[in-house]
Design a protein around this ligand. Structure first.
Ligand code: AMP
Ligand code: DBH
Length: 539
């Protein structure tokens, strides 16, 4: 019922002909995220939904607290359809905040924990958010107020700002839960085809790309992921990737666990010892990792000190998994590996638990839905046959039709017939498993975090003694890719150090994962025969 309003603000809806089919085939149902939780409460009310350190929540508690927190937000003036930025480490209170927002029909904008004031400001402007809720794992994290005070943009107003410091008890972290006198009759009017939230895609030149996902499309992708990952009420899943990342939110992610009635155990740290301890203690069966964390765990001395025999499935996605690493994961952890190739824009592919090892190791699996359309094309957009390598394009029941409020970029990122150009290169094999072989988009994939080189280049160009710069990704055993800045100084006797560049960029408040790992100071770049900087030759 709020779609018209969003369309005016730059939302690109699903074409009605396809929407009709998705409804008719039962993909899109009528429930919202909050109703999904209510449904789990009715089936699994007293089961434990989530654990973090000494804190835990049953399904019923999560639901009740979310209503109370929602009532508090409403009392503060947050209204249905308002966008509220949300930034959080992996602490249990984040679930109450997310479902509290959903309870009143407000819409979270999922910022990454690593985002700095620079990104937050841009996301706030682009989404026209009214508020910013920041959860902190430790007292010395920069607070929302610190960050917001740096905002100098006149035409947006984050009038609601809240910092929640995670404490030893949930009631200690969220004292609002104790106020029982608030009106908890807060029924939201939103329907399942309304926008539920905004996810983010790697930005270009400071413009975040906002990804509007509806309740119906997202819940459908969750439901299918739960099926293919084999989640059930007994499942115990460790969440170690950042909670706001689309992969560990929905593929199958913590929402998949909530849908299935299982238990999520949160870890704020990726360190092997911390995670192995949790796996052993809670008899964890499932965990989703990016290749960089899988590598870290495999190489850990402490691996032999723990009993990890409860682990059944490790999902790996977010970046290309090398076959050799895939083999090691299977051998050393004695698990079923599940490769996941997905994107916050929609399409997700999984290898299946009954696939042969060859398929699991070599491919990124099959599309989730029979209604997902995947097309491999040449440079001119012409479809290519099976096994031919080309550009991966997709449309379907849970893939967006445009970024929010970004008409120009949409013209480039989507085809006339509504396919999303993923920017990835690959092919479909004889059995329709997808294999990602590379990418055309100018993006660095550092441990699954996506970084746009031009954005960092613009910042480095502001450094007083830099004449020109080219930022590239170079392959890295641990990170997949690390960020390298190749710099031409204004004068050859100018000294430019990595330390100073990093300090300079930190001062610009950009996300720490975007800051170069390495620099190279050169007299000139290498160029292609048409005079473009030859990025391939720079590494
Ligand atoms: P985003 O659009 O920011 O959500 O990032 C999604 C992108 O991550 C995809 O388009 C791919 O480039 C990359 N990606 C995700 N999973 C995989 C995977 N399993 N193998 C290779 N690349 C991946
Ligand atoms: O990298 C991603 O964005 C990603 C990876 C795996 C994703 O969004 C997903 C699965 O849903």
């Amino acid at each position: 019922m709020f779609l018209e309003q969003d369309i005016q603000q730059g939302y690109v809806p699903f074409p009605e002909s396809r929407a009709k089919q998705y409804r008719a085939e039962g993909c899109w149902k009528s429930n919202t995220h909050f109703q999904m939780l209510a449904d789990s409460v009715s089936r699994f009310g007293d089961c434990i939904a989530a654990i973090q350190d000494q804190k835990q929540l049953t399904y019923k508690q999560l639901y009740d607290y979310a209503i109370r927190y929602g009532a508090y937000l409403k009392h503060k003036g947050i209204r249905e359809t308002d966008f509220v930025l949300l930034q959080s480490p992996n602490v249990i209170e984040v679930f109450i905040v997310i479902f509290g927002l959903y309870a009143i029909g407000a819409r979270p904008v999922f910022c990454l924990h690593g985002h700095g004031a620079y990104e937050i400001e841009n996301i706030a402007r682009q989404s026209r958010a009214v508020g910013f809720i920041k959860l902190c794992g430790t007292a010395n994290e920069i607070t929302a107020v610190d960050v917001c005070e740096e905002f100098s943009v006149p035409n947006f107003q984050l009038w609601f700002r809240e910092t929640i410091l995670s404490q030893e008890t949930i009631a200690g972290s969220l004292p609002q839960l104790k106020h029982l006198n608030l009106d908890t009759n807060i029924q939201a009017l939103s329907s399942s085809e309304d926008i539920a939230f905004l996810q983010l895609s790697g930005g270009t030149t400071g413009l975040p790309k906002l990804i509007p996902r509806t309740h119906a499309d997202y819940i459908y992708s969750i439901e299918k992921s739960v099926e293919v990952a084999g989640l059930n009420p007994q499942t115990k899943q460790l969440v170690v990737l950042p909670v706001m990342h689309n992969f560990c939110m929905s593929s199958p992610g913590f929402l998949g666990v909530f849908y299935a009635g299982g238990t999520v155990v949160l870890s704020q740290l990726t360190q092997p010892r911390v995670c192995f301890e949790l796996i052993q203690k809670y008899k964890i069966e499932q965990v989703s990792l990016v290749p960089a964390i899988a590598t870290l765990w495999l190489n850990a001395e402490s691996l032999k000190d723990y009993d990890l025999s409860s682990l059944k499935v490790i999902q790996v996605g977010g970046a290309k998994l090398l076959p050799s690493l895939a083999e090691q994961i299977i051998d050393q952890f004695q698990v079923k590996l599940q490769q996941v190739y997905g994107m916050a824009e929609g399409l997700v592919n999984f290898t299946h638990l009954d696939d042969t090892n060859a398929v699991t190791i070599q491919t990124q699996g099959k599309k989730l839905s029979h209604l997902d359309e995947i097309r491999i094309t040449d440079h001119h957009g012409q479809a290519l046959p099976i096994n031919a390598i080309g550009h991966i394009q997709t449309r379907g029941p849970y893939t967006i039709n445009g970024y929010y409020n970004l008409h120009e970029i949409n013209r480039r990122s989507f085809t006339d017939d509504g396919f999303y150009k993923t920017g990835d290169i690959g092919y479909l094999d004889d059995d329709l498993n997808i294999v990602v072989t590379g990418r055309e988009k100018e993006q660095i994939n550092r441990s699954g975090e996506k970084v746009t080189p031009s954005e960092i280049e613009e910042f480095i160009l502001q450094y007083p003694t830099v004449k020109d710069v080219c930022v590239i990704g170079v392959s890295d055993e641990h990170l997949g890719e690390r960020i390298k800045a190749i710099i031409i100084p204004k004068h050859e006797d100018h000294e430019i150090s990595l330390k100073n560049i990093r300090k300079f960029l930190t001062g610009k408040n950009i996300a720490h994962f975007k800051i170069p790992d390495e620099i190279d100071v050169v007299a000139d770049f290498k160029y292609t025969h048409v005079g473009k900087v030859n990025r391939q030759k720079l590494g």
